[in-house]
Ligand binder design. Structure first.
Ligand SMILES: [Zn+2]
Length: 83
């Protein structure tokens, strides 16, 4: 199945923000999945509605990112993993 243009836009946004340093790179400490709360996604900057999955990725230093489920997958794929 080809991925939608929305998915490639999302991935492009994640890559651009990581390159610009405006989106924190991983690895994250843990992730919590829940229903969207209307917050804006740190990756694509669109609101995360109740129909979306909202992921809160926490880092060991106490900071966190709020992302759509799909944005989280893109972000996770683009950031280094803990070895
Ligand atoms: Zn998003």
């Amino acid at each position: 199945m080809p991925r939608s243009s929305e998915d490639s836009d999302r991935l492009a946004a994640v890559k651009a923000k990581l390159a610009a340093g405006t989106l924190r790179a991983g690895p994250h400490h843990r992730a919590a999945f829940g229903k969207g709360s209307g917050r804006h996604c740190d990756a694509c900057e669109r609101p995360i509605t109740v129909e979306d999955v909202e992921v809160t990725a926490d880092f060991a230093d106490g900071q966190s990112l709020c992302l759509h489920g799909a944005c989280f997958e893109s972000w996770r794929g683009e950031t280094p993993r803990r070895i």
